[in-house]
Design a protein around this ligand. Structure first.
Ligand code: ATP
Ligand code: MG
Ligand code: MG
Length: 322
């Protein structure tokens, strides 16, 4: 059984503190806090383990505070192939005020991988891709890493016969798209930035997604938050709409969607089944606080409530329903 590899070049430790009546310029007390190892590829790896798939995770990890990640990988039985970089993985502090219902974010600066670490990562991905079915590259890049690394990684993954899947934004996304991975999943804002102009109508989004598909990317997904997502392949185009759910935190929605597609492919599901799985996992993820889904059952409950439509040739699905 071939494994699945996830690559997280800019992971983060999420520190969420509950601080009633948080006030700037004062001593504030947290009544509770949660600290989690996170980052897109890490979240995807954790979700994929719920399907019992063999997972290897790589990317860059700060040597000085790697323990929280190492514990997670051990607990989840994820093969840890992260390249250790001197210093600390960044921490994102979220201050939640339950009374004012506000969230204040403080993002600490991230890792500074040197050229040697970048070289080691490329070699690691090359080695892991050899025996991988799919390699998922997720998230942003450390500030010191040139976006062209994404193109380089996609080329390396493809050369080893594995499927490259990329979820990133900005220059990293445009570099990825040029290298023609197997699958990309921009959200509507990321797609607009990629094409360089605003996309106001669903028809325009479909047109742009089709162009990217035609350029040589097998599966183009455009996610649209609570409105659902478009799935464009050469011979099949679907639009999936999740049911209305109680939103607790949208963090990790995109990761759950990618995780669902990857799990669906690994399990040999049809496109429609993959889409149903991915959409239910992502919708279930927004109903809970953490970035990765607690229980698969929470998503299974939603599966029958996902509306899936085939898009007609003109792109004119029942857009007014959006
Ligand atoms: P991320 O911030 O994790 O990168 P994203 O912006 O890339 O997310 P979204 O389009 O916001 O991705 O969400 C991905 C999928 O999650 C959507 O296509 C949808 O299926 C589901 N989803 C997101 N928000 C909601 C919501 N409010 N209600 C139901 N489902 C949602
Ligand atoms: Mg979003
Ligand atoms: Mg996203």
């Amino acid at each position: 059984n071939k494994h699945i590899v996830t690559v997280t070049m800019n992971p983060a430790i999420d520190l969420a503190c509950s601080v009633p009546d948080f006030t700037a310029g004062k001593v504030n007390r947290a009544t509770e806090y949660q600290k989690n190892a996170a980052g897109k590829g890490v979240n995807i790896a954790v979700l994929l383990r719920k399907f019992n798939l063999p997972i290897t995770a790589t990317g860059f990890l700060g040597a000085d505070n790697a323990l929280i990640f190492e514990k997670l990988f051990k607990k989840q039985n994820i093969n840890d192939q992260f390249v250790r970089v001197p210093g600390e993985t960044r921490t994102g502090i979220k201050i939640l005020d339950p009374n004012a219902r506000t969230t204040t974010d403080i993002n600490l600066p991230g890792l500074v991988p040197e050229p040697i670490h970048i070289k080691i990562l490329i070699h690691t991905v090359e080695r892991l891709a050899e025996t991988a079915a799919m390699v998922v590259i997720g998230g942003s890049l450390p500030a010191t890493v040139d976006p062209s690394i994404i193109g380089e990684l996609v080329a390396v993954i493809k050369s080893k016969g594995a499927k490259a899947i990329v979820d990133t934004s900005g220059p990293a996304l445009s570099n990825a798209v040029k290298a023609l991975p197997y699958l990309v999943k921009p959200n509507d804002d990321e797609l607009a930035e990629l094409v360089g102009h605003p996309l106001n109508k669903l028809e325009e989004i479909i047109t742009e997604a089709r162009k990217i598909n035609k350029s040589g990317i097998e599966t183009v997904i455009v996610s649209l938050g609570s409105r659902g997502a478009l799935f464009i392949q050469k011979d099949e185009e679907l639009f999936a709409k999740p049911p209305k759910v109680e939103v607790v935190s949208t963090v990790g929605a995109g990761d759950a969607m990618i995780g669902g597609m990857v799990a669906g492919m690994a399990l040999g599901l049809s496109l429609e089944e993959q889409v149903r799985l991915a959409t239910s996992l992502s919708a279930a993820t927004v109903t809970q606080a953490g970035p990765s889904l607690d229980k698969l059952e929470n998503a299974e409950e939603l599966e029958d409530l996902i509306a899936i439509e085939h898009i007609n040739i003109k792109g004119g699905i029942s857009c007014q329903k959006l």
